[in-house]
Design a protein around this ligand. Structure first.
Ligand code: UDX
Length: 437
């Protein structure tokens, strides 16, 4: 392999990128400033839940091609191409993205770049960041202009991170030189024939925020239809199905329910609005404010529906909550609609017991005041209302009869339109869902 790679930041994106690149044959050094995380990773332990990633990580470590460090000096000496994968969370109390981690990564790495090297940003950033970082890099690196920046946004989904990294829909390269393009084309050659868009920095940065805004808009569109369906006694599930047969619309990201959460879509659309405002283009994105509002209204509607089933108040009511992660196959609870609903019901006086197959450890750390079940049955024992908030397969396979044996009353709200309504109704459950009669 022509290049040695470093991957800076070992979150969902960085660990997956590092492990997959090692699997493709590269020598890879992962870097994180968190020494505990680095120790874990060097022992083959994943600090996150991501299906299929652990064997890839272990293969990399066993082959000797992959290891992790906390030292920028080591990273600078080791790598020819440095991928920056640190987080850009939402700033506290503001819509804007916090890019301080990415600034810090460049500031720490640059002084160790004393030969021709390529620094490749993968994090999601406000448009204009790459251009600023390129200047900063050239100013701080002993190699000067020979330390070049490129922008290469990442589109992986949690839960499918390995698959999405090894088989991406497209590769977007924001570059300022033929050399940068050549290096990145070579780096990604082992992925085979993937559509590639080579463009400038701002376009590359915008592709990512535009893609996430489109997905969020699609979800909020169908959830807005769910609101109208509720008012008109129509069925959004059937509406969505009928729309999906139109190739121009397509069925993906058209599942109505509790809406989107996680570490990307919510904060990305907010950061995009904030950045557009700075650029004087805020009018272009006012619709995203509505997308966000529709999304948040779904959570409020879920709480209202649960309260209605509880008889008008949560006081004295036991609520069994199935799901805490922002989506199935993930332990991520960042901006999780499920957790938001559970916490709100708790605040309104409900006795909430939560179960999630994987995310419970994270919930315990963030919300020690909540009660937990050891299993789905355990969480709904004695419940007056059951809420399905994350559509884990394990919940879809639940037997309504068995669950009915342990609850106080057979009432369920399906927050993800994921259960077989007829099966639950015929087992004597009062079944309600968002956007359906
Ligand atoms: C998203 C983008 O898909 C990915 O390309 C980008 O790199 C990061 O952000 P991710 O946050 O992992 O990925 O989750 P995704 O699978 O896209 O789901 C986002 C949220 O939308 C989840 O809360 C999910 O439950 C919700 N969703 C998704 C719906 O409510 N309805 C749908 O039809 C699809």
């Amino acid at each position: 392999m022509p290049y040695r790679l470093t991957v800076i930041g070992t979150g969902y994106l960085g660990i997956t990128h590092a492990a997959c690149m090692a699997d493709l044959g590269y020598e890879v050094l992962g870097l994180d400033i968190d020494a505990d995380k680095v120790r874990c990773l060097n022992n083959g332990e994943l600090p996150i839940h991501e299906p299929g990633l652990e064997p890839v990580l272990r293969r990399g470590l066993d082959s000797g091609r992959l290891r992790f460090t906390t030292s920028y000096e080591e990273a600078g000496a080791f790598g020819d191409v440095h991928f920056v994968c640190v987080g850009t969370p939402q700033k506290k109390g503001e819509y804007a993205a916090d890019v301080s981690y990415i600034d810090a990564a460049i500031d720490s790495l640059a002084p160790h770049l004393d030969r021709a090297s390529l620094v490749v940003g993968k994090s999601t950033v406000p448009v204009g960041t790459a251009s600023r970082l390129a200047d900063r890099l050239a100013a701080l690196a002993p190699a000067g202009e020979q330390a070049e920046l490129a922008w290469n946004p990442e589109f992986l989904r949690e839960g499918f991170a390995v698959q999405d990294t090894l088989h991406p829909d497209r590769i977007v390269l924001g570059v300022r030189s033929e050399r940068a393009e050549k290096v990145l084309r070579e780096v990604y050659e082992p992925l085979g024939d993937v559509p590639m868009v080579v463009t400038d920095f701002p376009t590359a940065e915008l592709v990512k925020t535009a893609a996430n805004s489109f997905l969020a808009t699609k979800i909020s569109f169908i959830n807005a239809m769910a609101e109208v369906c509720e008012a008109a006694h129509a069925d959004v599930q059937q509406l969505s199905l009928a729309l999906s047969y139109d190739d121009r619309i397509g069925g993906r990201y058209l599942n109505p329910g509790l809406g989107f959460g996680g570490g990307c879509l919510p904060k990305d659309i907010r950061a995009f609005m904030a950045r557009a405002g700075e650029l004087g283009a805020d009018q272009a994105l006012t619709f995203l404010r509505e997308v966000d509002a529709i999304n948040m209204r779904r959570r409020a509607r879920m709480v209202d529906l649960a309260r209605e089933l509880a008889g008008g108040s949560f006081h004295g009511c036991t609520v069994g909550v199935l799901g805490a992660a922002f989506k199935p196959n993930s332990d991520d609870i960042r901006d999780s609609p499920a957790l938001d609903v559970a916490v709100t019901i708790g605040r309104q006086g409900g006795r909430v017991t939560i179960y999630d197959p994987i995310a419970l450890d994270n919930v315990r750390k963030a919300h020690p005041q909540l009660a937990y079940g050891e299993s789905a049955l355990d969480a709904v024992r004695g419940a007056h209302v059951v809420l399905l908030l994350t559509e884990w397969q394990e919940f879809l396979d639940l037997d309504p009869e068995a669950l009915g044996e342990v609850v106080a009353t057979r009432k369920i709200v399906d927050g993800r339109n994921a259960l077989d309504a007829e099966a639950w109704r015929s087992a004597g459950w009062h079944y309600r869902a968002l956007g359906r009669p």
